[in-house]
Design a protein around this ligand. Structure first.
Ligand code: Z5A
Length: 204
């Protein structure tokens, strides 16, 4: 692959979307080819799956939920991420395998290792070379997210659920600090951006 695959992870309202926008603007200004995308979503099929995952009312089996995230990812790699990397782009992706490991593996209780193994299979070994994990107290993140819009099905989970997600991301960072860089997302946004650009400059 000629491009660079960079993912952004964190709990609700940590600032991923805002950060990706700014990084894309900066890299584009520098004349670099950039593609912004997100999970679940990024393709027509993936966006339909996203609506099902976030807006469905009534009980959802954690296995069904996980399978839908994987389906969205497989299509995303085929249609968007793979071709962009082949053509030499810097792909900035809002969430990827680490989200499945944290949300479905840890918080939904399917097991981080098990979920990790399925993710590896579905993503056919494709791994980000850099992951920026925005670490934030979930109470603060949920308040930030609530300012902009109505809560979705996953955001509406208990605070204990969101705390498990943070613990899982911290464990993922601890297990692979070379790939997964932790950024303190409680800092003012310009500091978060500066820190993120420093990390990215080491890779692009
Ligand atoms: N999910 C899963 O369970 N399994 C999986 O495998 C995958 C995903 C791939 C996707 O929804 C959901 O799917 C998500 C995980 C789950 N859970 N939920 N719900 P999403 O994409 O809609 O949710 P999100 O990724 O958490 O997006 P978000 O809530 O919009 O958060 P964000 O993108 O990290 O934050 P933001 O929109 O950039 O910022 C939120 C607000 O904070 C906004 O007003 C900003 O101006 C403000 N902000 C940003 N940075 C700062 C700083 N530094 N200080 C103060 N305020 C700030």
């Amino acid at each position: 692959m000629r491009g660079k695959f960079i993912t952004f992870e964190g709990g609700e309202g940590a600032g991923k979307t805002t950060l990706i926008e700014e990084i894309a603007r900066q890299l584009t200004q520098e004349g670099r080819p950039v593609l912004k995308t997100r999970e679940p979503g990024g393709t027509k099929l993936g966006e339909q799956i996203r609506t099902m995952l976030l807006q469905h009312t009534g009980p959802v089996s954690p296995y069904a939920e996980f399978s839908l995230f994987l389906a969205s990812r497989a299509q995303h790699i085929l249609e968007v991420i793979g071709p962009a990397l082949e053509s030499g782009k810097i792909v900035l992706c809002d969430r990827f395998n680490d989200s499945s490991i944290a949300y479905q593996g840890a918080a939904r209780g399917l097991g981080m290792e098990q979920v990790g193994a399925f993710c590896k299979f579905i993503s056919q070994g494709l791994e980000p070379e850099l992951t920026l994990y925005l670490d934030l107290d979930p109470r603060v993140g949920l308040l930030r997210a609530a300012k902009d819009r109505k809560q979705d099905r996953i955001e509406a989970e208990t605070i204990a659920f969101h705390e498990k997600i943070r613990e899982a991301f911290l464990a993922i960072h601890k297990a692979d600090p070379r790939r997964v860089c932790l950024i303190d997302a409680s800092m003012p946004f310009p500091k978060v951006f500066e820190e993120a650009m420093k990390r990215i400059a080491q890779h692009v």
